[in-house]
Design a protein around this ligand. Sequence first.
Ligand SMILES: Cc1cc2nc3c(=O)[nH]c(=O)nc-3n(C[C@H](O)[C@H](O)[C@H](O)COP(=O)(O)OP(=O)(O)OC[C@H]3O[C@@H](n4cnc5c(N)ncnc54)[C@H](O)[C@@H]3O)c2cc1C
Length: 382
Amino acid sequence: MTVLVVGGGIGGLATALGLARAGHRVTVLEAAAVFEEIGAGIQVGPNGFRMLDALGVGPAVRSRAVHVDELRLRCGVSGSLIASLSLGSGFQERFGTYAVVHRNDVLTPLLDACQDNEFVDLRVSSGVESYTQDSSGVVAVLRSGNVVRGSALIGADGLRSAVRRQLVGDGDPPVSGHTTFRAVIPAHEVPRALKDNVVTLWAGPRFHVVWYVIAGGRYVNLVATTDNGATEPMTGKPVEHAEVMRHFTPLCEDATRIMELADEWRAWVLCDRAPITSWQDSRVVLLGDAAHPVLQYAAQGACQALEDAVCLSSVFDPRDVAGSFARYASLRMERTARVHHASRLMGREVYHPAGSAAAARDAMFASWTVDDLHERLEWLYG
Ligand SMILES: Cc1cc2nc3c(=O)[nH]c(=O)nc-3n(C[C@H](O)[C@H](O)[C@H](O)COP(=O)(O)OP(=O)(O)OC[C@H]3O[C@@H](n4cnc5c(N)ncnc54)[C@H](O)[C@@H]3O)c2cc1C
C-alpha cells in the first residue's frame, strides 16, 4: 500500500514525511537528479513553523533561520516609513516564530528526516509523465517509460505539474505580467547602516523591492518585482544589471544603494492560477503549487504547501483513499483560495499603487494600531 508522491520540493517532502510518521509507506518520485531548492531566501510565517513543528523538523529549521526583528514597509520613492510590524515578544506570544530562511535550509531538514525514516523511499531522476488508475491502485508512468505502482498518488510537482495537466487539463499557468529579479549579495559588502535585522519592503509605483539577510547573516537576499506587463514565461534567466535597474525608477537612495551592490541577477516572470475546485481524481490528488500556485506577495506559497502536507497526512486513510483525499481537499480549498486572493490584493493595493491610491494606503496603515494589525493577520497566522 505505497503512496506515490510526485515531486520532492518542500510540499512533496513534507507530505512524504507526514505520511511516513503516520505509519504509511511512501515513494517520492523527483524529476531532478538531486533534491534541491532553486532560489535563495524564503520568509516562513508562524503558520509555516507550526507545520514544521508538527513534522518534527521545526527546531532544525529554526536553528538555520535568521530571526528578524521587524517587517518594514517603506515608500520606494521617498524612502519614508509607511508601517512596521515588530516580530518580538508580543507577536511571538500571539502567533509564534516568523523568520527568513535559505530555501535549502527548509528542504534539508525535511530531506534528512525522510532519509532517516524507513517508510520513505526517495528516488531522483524519476520525472513522471502521466498516471493510470483502477479500483485497486495507481500506476505512475515515468518519462523513461518505467512504471511505479502504488495505492494512491499525490501530485506535488509544482507550478507546471504533469499530474495537474492530466487531472485538470487547464494548460500552462497564465503569466501574471509581473517580473521578479533575484540576487544574493555577500553581507560584508553591505554598509552597516543598511544591515538592520529586518525584512524591508520598498513599495513604488508598479514595483517593489524586498531585502533581508539569510544564511546565518552571510548573505543579503534581494527580490525586486515590477508589474511590467511581461507576456512570456521566464524561469531563472540571467539578466544584465542595467536591464534590471531600468524597471525601478524613481527609487529612493537606500534601495538604489542596495540594488547597485548586486551584479548577478536572474529573472522570473511570475504565474499564479485562479482557485479551482477539482483537485482530485479518485486515488490521485494535487498539493502545494500544483493545486494552488499563488503570487509570492503574502510570502505564503511554501507555508500553504506545508499546511497541505500536514492536513493530508493527518486525514489519510489507506482503507478509503478517495474519501480521505476528498476530505483533505474540502479542508484546504477555502483557505488556499483566500491566500490566493490576499496575495493578489497585496500586490495591487499595498505594494504597487501610485498617486492617490498610494496615499490611501499610507493613511490606512497610519490609522492602525499594533492590535489592529494583529487582528488582520489572525486568519493567516493564528
Ligand atoms: C520569487 C518567489 C518568492 C517566494 N517567496 C516565498 C516566501 O517568502 N514564503 C513562502 O512561503 N513561499 C514563497 N514562495 C512560494 C514557494 O516558493 C512555493 O510556493 C513552494 O516552493 C511550492 O512548493 P511545492 O513543493 O508545491 O512546489 P516546488 O517547490 O515547485 O516543487 C516541485 C518539485 O517537483 C519536481 N517536479 C516537477 N515536475 C515533476 C514531474 N513531472 N515528475 C517528478 N517531479 C517533478 C520539481 O523538480 C520540484 O522538485 C515564493 C515564490 C517565488 C517565485
